[in-house]
Design a protein around this ligand. Structure first.
Ligand code: ADP
Ligand code: ASP
Ligand code: MG
Length: 412
């Protein structure tokens, strides 16, 4: 029987009523002749609540126990969804990640999927089960510990299942009706895109657009999964939502496809480090070992053999970064006068494949920000994106001004 993967995010399973509504959608696909693998997130707010409990008990927590706690939200929803389907006379059962098993690396809190066993679930389909409900976001490490895939990781679970089972489609049901030119919560001028290229979606996701987890887009691109984002609150027809597809399948590309932002960034500067071979390795090695996700890096021009090194990271990793840098100084590996943390910055990025062939996008972006009186603290670019770090209080203003300047309200 043809197989579909349907993923429901937190707001789509926030209450028993919403679970029933999602289950009805699943039931319709079953009635139309599909076997379905349903991937569920934790109920809205639940993962944040669990993360909060961990932070309360142990601020510099053991990542293995963090995973044991925060993976629990999805277990509840998987069981509730299976029960709801059974109440509708749809043969269904739930699986936690380790039962599948969905095997991952042991990078707790940000594990990568290595393998998904399919025989167990396939056998049950063969025995009359029509829906396998799988807890998203979680797996099991080679050491037999529970792992999680990073925030938003249920998207990645869904795409990985679609690839492993050769599903016809992977439909991501969420609280917006597709991928927009920017987060529709920031400006009502945001437009839904009917299609977006994998490369653009990959950049938007990695630069902060939460609608899909970055890794899910990578997997869909690699394994050619037909990936759609659509609303769990509206009726969807064949053309609803946004299809994430190859560049060639989009007739006309805008120069800029969208504006992404990441609110909770921090900028850290090591003031006056020795400018010598190996200094970057001596700084960023220990940061990586401490699990700090360094993003932008700027090294200043040196004066009398000393320089400043600036980097950005998520604001909730500042304490870890400080600890790692102070420890490296105590070990005598680096020497700096001061470590300055600016915890009130945000990153704003414009993304578009059209930048490969159009010049002037960066200049226009800088002019727009200058006109709004917004100071740029750090800039990075790649082939299809430009990112700037600015004061967090100007983030919304910057996104709206850029959305206007690149005429994204005309996109479709
Ligand atoms: P789910 O719980 O269903 O996984 P998420 O909250 O993770 O949902 O992702 C959906 C949210 O992503 C939307 O509510 C929206 O605010 C946000 N978002 C950010 N950027 C975009 C974008 N470009 N297009 C659509 N949604 C976006
Ligand atoms: N529940 C997890 C989170 O909130 C995973 C997900 O929803 O995708 O990050
Ligand atoms: Mg999500």
């Amino acid at each position: 029987m043809p197989l579909l993967v349907m993923k429901f995010g937190g707001t789509s399973v926030a209450t028993p009523d919403r679970i029933r509504r999602a289950a009805k959608r699943v039931g319709r696909e079953v009635a139309a002749g599909h076997d379905v693998i349903v991937i569920v997130s934790a109920m809205a707010g639940e993962t944040n609540r669990l993360v909060g409990l961990v932070d309360d008990v142990s601020p510099l927590y053991d990542a293995r126990e963090y995973d044991a706690v925060v993976s629990a939200g999805e277990n509840v929803t998987a069981g509730l969804m299976a029960l709801t389907l059974q109440e509708m006379d749809v043969p269904a059962r739930s699986w936690q990640g380790w039962q599948v098993p969905l095997k991952t690396t042991s990078a707790h809190g940000a594990a990568r999927i290595e393998d998904i066993a399919t025989d167990n679930i396939r056998a049950k389909f063969g025995q009359g089960m029509r829906v396998a409900v799988v807890a998203g976001f979680q797996g099991i490490s080679p050491e037999g510990r529970i792992t999680t895939l990073g925030r938003g990781g249920s998207d990645t679970t869904a795409v990985a299942f679609a690839a492993a089972f050769g599903a016809e489609r992977c439909d991501i049901y969420t609280d917006v009706d597709g991928v927009y030119t920017t987060d529709p919560r920031i400006t009502d001028k945001a437009r839904k895109l009917d299609r977006i290229a994998f490369e653009e979606m990959l950049e938007l996701a990695s630069l902060g657009a939460k609608v899909l987890q970055t890794r899910s887009v990578e997997l869909a691109m690699r394994y050619k999964v037909r990936l759609r984002v659509l609303s769990s609150f509206e009726d969807n027809d064949e053309r609803a939502g946004t299809l994430v597809c190859d560049e060639e399948d989009i007739l006309e590309n805008n120069v800029v496809a969208g504006v992404a932002f990441s609110r909770d960034e921090a900028k850290m500067t090591l003031v006056s480090v020795a400018d010598r071979p190996g200094i970057a390795a001596a700084i960023f090695g220990p940061l990586a070992d401490a699990g700090v996700n360094v993003d932008m890096i700027v090294q200043n021009i040196s004066e009398e053999g000393r320089t400043d090194m600036t980097f950005s990271c998520p604001v909730d990793q500042v304490a870890r970064a400080e600890k790692a840098m102070v420890a490296a100084r105590e070990r005598g590996e680096i020497n700096f006068h001061e470590l300055v943390a600016d915890k009130d910055v945000a990153k704003v990025s414009v993304v578009g494949i059209g930048m490969r062939s159009h010049t002037g996008v960066a200049a226009k972006m800088f002019q727009v920000l200058s006109k709004e009186g917004i100071n740029i603290k750090v800039i990075t670019t790649s082939e299809i994106k430009i990112s700037v770090l600015i004061d967090r209080k100007y983030m919304e203003l910057a996104v709206q001004a850029l959305h206007d300047a690149f005429e994204l309200e005309k996109a479709a």
